[in-house]
Write a protein that binds this ligand. Structure first.
Ligand code: BTN
Length: 303
């Protein structure tokens, strides 16, 4: 069960236009005229913005914008190929909501039950970026790993200026510490599944003490949650339609695993060896003694 959204908006809703005009400094009267709506409709939406944490004075000047900014995020989410945007101050898990809402992007300020891979918990204090969206195409289950690789690449490119690298298969690291996690979940038919993409990025959230030697945030870079989200959405739109070979090539360029001595856990099994390469589907090629193993998915640790 999740609570109701603090904002649920279709991406062709006129309220997004109101917001854009407010940001441009238009008066209430001018907005109403421009959009062909009543002044009370403008007023009502300004009240809604105030309740979401925007500071707006009597003359409709925006004095401060919350972070994340639900309206800016909604505008940016158009680049993800979705039709609807939902924002929660708090929700159990944005993936859970996105599964139920077709073609949506779901953003939360914090999650009470954020989920990680392999049934783990994902720490989701305020200050981090937590969102999920439906991938714009349906995908056969056997190709779902390509979506995960694509999203890992999008996150890494989004954070490229902060020296982000990818640890196989799709953890994004900065200076060896995890800054982001991706959880893709399939819904529906095996031959044509909806893919729910969930992304968590540590932006300026406080990390629990026990995670501090494994995880990091973007705190020292002074970026806003909204900016990281919008830059993800822009990067996504630039690469989502590239051919698989191009994506793989770019992904390999940002991959930090090849050449390293690693341990990979796959279910109950443990492989130790040197990562030689990745194949044309992103599987890891590992030299374990004199055996060569090809590993499709698992959890990788650097030795
Ligand atoms: C991992 O284990 O590395 C994946 C973590 C994925 C976390 C994100 S946060 C937004 C979305 N909602 C969730 O419950 N999980 C994903």
């Amino acid at each position: 069960m999740h609570m109701s959204a603090d904002l649920a908006i279709s991406l062709n809703d006129k309220r997004l236009k109101i917001y854009e005009l407010l940001k441009k400094g238009y008066s209430g009267e001018r907005i109403a005229k421009t959009l062909g709506i009543s002044r009370s409709a403008v007023w009502k939406f300004v009240e809604k913005l105030r309740s979401l944490g925007y500071e707006i004075d009597r003359n409709y000047n925006i004095l401060s914008i919350p972070d994340p900014s639900p309206l800016d995020a909604a505008l940016c989410s158009k680049k993800l190929g979705v039709e609807r945007f939902l924002y929660f101050e708090e929700v159990d898990s944005t993936n859970n909501v996105a599964k139920k809402e077709e073609r949506s992007c779901v953003l939360a300020k914090r999650q009470s039950a954020g989920r990680g891979r392999l049934g783990r918990k994902w720490e989701s204090e305020e200050g981090g970026l937590y969102f999920s969206f439906e991938f714009p195409r349906k995908v056969p289950a056997v190709k779902a790993h390509r979506v995960t690789i694509l999203i890992g690449l999008v996150v890494a490119k989004t954070l490229e200026n902060f020296k982000a690298k990818i640890k196989w298969p799709n953890d994004v690291l900065i200076e060896g510490k995890k800054v982001s996690g991706i959880l893709c979940e399939l819904v529906g038919e095996e031959l044509s599944s909806r893919v729910i993409v969930g992304v968590g990025i540590n932006v300026k959230n406080e990390l629990p003490e026990e995670l501090k030697d494994k995880a990091t945030t973007l705190k020292t870079y002074n970026v806003s949650v909204t900016d990281v989200f919008c830059s993800f959405a822009n990067t996504f739109s630039e690469i989502v339609n590239l051919e698989w070979n191009r994506i793989l090539e770019e992904w390999k360029r940002m991959l930090d695993t090849v050449g390293k001595e690693v341990e990979v856990r796959v279910g109950g099994e443990i492989y130790r060896g040197v990562a030689l390469d990745v194949d044309e589907e992103g599987a890891l090629i590992l030299k374990c003694g004199d055996k060569i193993e090809r590993i499709f998915s698992g959890e990788c640790f650097y030795m």
